[in-house]
Write a protein that binds this ligand. Structure first.
Ligand code: GUN
Length: 281
């Protein structure tokens, strides 16, 4: 039976460090601040945004809440980003995605100053990751790396398989694993013999959002399985991994909920404080 990777516990430890660093910076006159921008009234996004603001408050990070109507125009949103870029009280900026359909997310994301890109989604942050330069890393993949390290999972030389090639998770996940010297394969909807490829993995990360897709037969005995997928099914949050059966063969596994989710939020706060640290003179 696999050891269960407790994301809540690891996130709490990271949050403790983040809160201590936030207090230290505040004493130096730089009180870390995170601006959260939500356009429209998608209920899931509202929940996420509210949770982020609650996390910030608990850690001594100021949050600046910008809830804009669904019919906000591109120019208005970009003007808000410009003003947040210029605001010295704001160290991290997050524009909740997805945006309403009439808005183009990419120019908005790329307008965020690289030093304030708390999500790590901008071309500069992603380019720095590709180059191996320091910068703000995407929160979910960074959180997965922290989980692997907290549970002493050997990464160097390991075969890592990432299922999903999104810009938010799959691609940066693959790059972070590569940076840690794993041998990485990225799979997606066109991958042939997906189960066979997954069975090669020492570390299997699934981030596609297809409930219980990863079955016991997909997993090499002793592999570490990280489930990034979350789908709401009959009011319950379910992952990409058929947890009970996969836990019988994996050596370590993340649950949903309580695995990667809390880490994403913790890394967002850590990024905000890291961005604020740069503002101390
Ligand atoms: N929508 C779903 N996940 C995320 C995230 O991590 N950041 C932002 N900005 N939007 C999201």
């Amino acid at each position: 039976m696999a050891e269960i990777i407790d994301g809540r516990k690891v996130a709490a430890a990271i949050n403790e460090r983040t809160a201590a660093e936030a207090a230290r910076l505040a004493a130096l006159g730089v009180s870390p601040g995170l601006a959260v921008v939500l356009v429209g009234d998608d209920p899931a996004s509202q929940t996420y945004v509210t949770m982020k603001e609650r996390d910030a408050a608990a850690l001594g990070i100021a949050s600046f809440d910008h809830r804009l109507p669904a019919d906000t125009e591109q120019g208005q949103l970009e003007a808000l980003v410009d003003s947040l870029n210029a605001d010295p009280a704001v160290h991290g900026i997050l524009v909740q995605l997805p945006l309403p359909r009439h808005l183009d997310a990419e120019p908005v994301i790329d307008r965020i100053s690289p030093g304030k890109d708390a999500d790590g989604f901008g071309v500069s942050s992603l380019g720095r990751l590709v180059r191996g330069l320091p910068g703000l890393r995407s929160c979910t993949p960074a959180g997965v790396m922290e989980l692997l390290r907290a549970y002493d999972v050997p990464i160097e030389g390991a075969r890592a398989v990432v299922v999903g090639r999104s810009t938010m998770v799959g691609k940066p996940m693959a790059l972070l694993l590569l940076e840690a010297d794993a041998t990485v394969m990225v799979c997606h909807s066109r991958t042939r013999d997906l189960a066979d490829v997954c069975r090669e993995a020492d570390i299997l990360v699934s981030a596609v959002g297809r409930p219980r897709m990863v079955r016991r037969e997909w997993v090499k005995p002793g592999a570490v399985v990280v489930d990034v997928g979350t789908t709401r099914l009959d009011g319950k949050l379910v992952g990409d991994v058929a947890f009970e059966e996969v836990a019988e063969v994996a050596s370590k596994i993340t649950p949903v909920p309580g695995g990667v989710g809390p880490m994403t939020r913790a890394m967002l706060m850590a990024n905000t404080v890291a961005a604020a640290r740069k503002a101390v003179r």
